[in-house]
Design a protein around this ligand. Structure first.
Ligand SMILES: [Zn+2]
Length: 343
């Protein structure tokens, strides 16, 4: 059914809602070689990203940063169903894997970067955790006084979630210390090649992105810290990241993305007062419409989505809800709905 829709003009007629949908990606893997199941969901294969972008270019208006500002900040309407593409974190895969596709289809994109990681040749703290667990031969681990088995993928995913949850509210230095000790304890043998593939951007790669006329650089804080528990670091995360990225790029940084979509009312105000024009989250907390200029909702694209599920998740945003329910009911697409919500 999806392919029938995609391959005919009918889809263009069905896409009735003239709204702007913002998508959130993370990494893009240039050589199309998958990662381990724990880290894979954040890194889409380049071939898949190419297919998704071709679809978006065919059926949607892909907005520039100026149009995004007009829509979210100045409340201007879009004349067609529209999509804005964003990337969070600042993986090297955005320069190596996404950039060729962005250039090929001339797609405007905002890349949110955790500035402290640029060129420091260190994995993001959550990736260090995930890889330490994924590549450990241990059958169990004790963390925070609790023992966790590590024999199945689900058990490994659970321990990653638990440790992330437990350390995310710690100040930067103690978070790093706990993650270091945990990784040491896991005694993992992580392939160097894999570490290189999911590294944050270095300076050269960031320059490569800056030279692309379709790419805009935004801030994702300095150390990918949960802002609501950043304490004295909060000011640095918001203002220093802006300053650091402006220095790297030679341009003013106007957009912010809350790490882990974590913010409070006060943080939202602070981001605004520091001169950012727009700030992006995933699930808006205070203005659930997702259209507030300082808590813009985004649709996260899980790298494990098959192409039909990706198409399904996009078009359901643009089709009249009543018509969509009828289509789902009569077309047998309910299994896709269930599969997509399970991810
Ligand atoms: Zn992030």
């Amino acid at each position: 059914m999806i392919f029938l829709l995609v391959n005919c003009r009918l889809l263009k007629i069905l896409l009735q809602r003239k709204i702007l949908l913002t998508l959130m990606y993370h990494g893009v893997l240039p050589n199309n070689k998958k990662l381990d199941p724990i880290t894979q969901k954040r890194h889409i294969l380049q071939s898949e990203f190419d297919k998704q972008c071709r679809f978006l270019r065919e059926f949607f208006h892909l907005v520039s940063k100026g149009e995004a500002v007009d829509y979210y900040l100045h409340r201007q309407c879009v004349s067609r169903p529209s999509v804005l593409i964003t990337f969070d974190d600042g993986y090297r895969g955005v320069a190596d894997g996404a950039l060729p596709v962005i250039n090929k289809y001339r797609i405007p994109a905002i890349v949110f970067i955790s500035a402290g990681y640029v060129g420091n040749h260190q994995l993001f703290w959550f990736d260090r955790l995930a890889l330490a667990v994924a590549y450990s031969d241990k059958t169990g681990v004790v963390f925070d006084g609790r023992r966790f088995p590590l024999e199945t993928l689900e058990q490994k995913q659970e321990v990653v979630r638990e440790v992330e949850w437990s350390v995310k509210n710690n100040p930067f230095s103690s978070r790093e210390r706990i993650v270091d000790l945990f990784c040491l304890d896991m005694d993992s043998d992580v392939p160097d090649d894999l570490v290189r593939r999911i590294m944050p951007l270095d300076e050269d790669q960031l320059q490569k992105l800056c030279k692309c006329p379709f790419v805009t650089i935004g801030s994702h804080g300095v150390w990918h810290t949960h802002l609501s528990s950043a304490g004295l670091d909060l000011e640095n995360e918001i203002s220093d990241s802006r300053w650091m990225l402006s220095r790297f790029t030679g341009r003013s940084v106007e957009f912010f993305s809350y790490p882990n979509s974590d913010y409070t009312w006060k943080i939202r105000q602070k981001v605004e007062s520091h001169g950012y024009k727009l700030a992006f989250s995933v699930n808006p907390i205070f203005d659930k419409s997702g259209k507030h200029p300082y808590e813009i909702g985004r649709l996260g694209i899980n790298a494990n989505y098959s192409f039909p599920i990706f198409v399904f998740k996009i078009i359901e945003q643009f089709i009249n809800p009543t018509l969509w329910s009828i289509l789902i009911y009569f077309s047998g697409m309910r299994w896709i709905d269930e599969a997509s919500t399970a991810n």
